[in-house]
Design a protein. Structure first.
Length: 149
């Protein structure tokens, strides 16, 4: 009897190993597991609608280095009529990386013209904070600079 159990277990293990990885995998779990460790903040930042398409803005903050500095990305995620979602545009705010600062927090709001993001940054070398504004248009163009308040 024990031999039959061992044979059955070995047979099942062999069949499972022979299955294609896609048949055993959970694509969403695999994608989440593949997110770079440097990606440390992902937020939905409001809705957009343009040319008959609609979806949400996603803001992504990635951090690296010592002292830690941040990179900032804005993405457009479209929602299909069947409820599916797809990334349609991703824009890096190059000025943020050039500043070599860290992002302490941000607040975002969308409107018919695009997305506005108020970014609180910290200079990791001087332990000082500053505020920046980001205005993103639907075509991916943007303005980024010190806050005017």
């Amino acid at each position: 009897m024990p031999n039959r159990v061992l044979v059955a277990t070995a047979l099942l293990a062999g069949l499972a190993a022979a299955l294609p990885a896609a048949a055993r995998a959970d694509a969403l779990a695999d994608a989440v597991g593949a997110i770079e460790a440097s990606v440390q903040d992902v937020r939905i930042a409001g809705n957009w609608e343009q040319d008959g398409r609609k979806g949400v803005f996603r803001v992504v903050v990635a951090r690296a280095g010592l002292p830690q500095t941040a990179r900032l990305f804005v993405q457009w995620i479209a929602t299909g009529v069947d409820g599916s979602e797809a990334l349609v545009r991703s824009v890096e705010i190059a000025e943020m990386q050039a500043l070599k600062l860290d992002i302490a927090d941000f607040v975002a709001e969308s409107d018919p013209d695009g997305l506005t993001v108020f970014v609180e940054v910290v200079d990791p070398k001087a332990d000082t904070d500053q505020s920046y504004e980001l205005f993103v248009e639907h075509d991916g163009s943007y303005r980024f600079g010190p806050a005017s308040n």
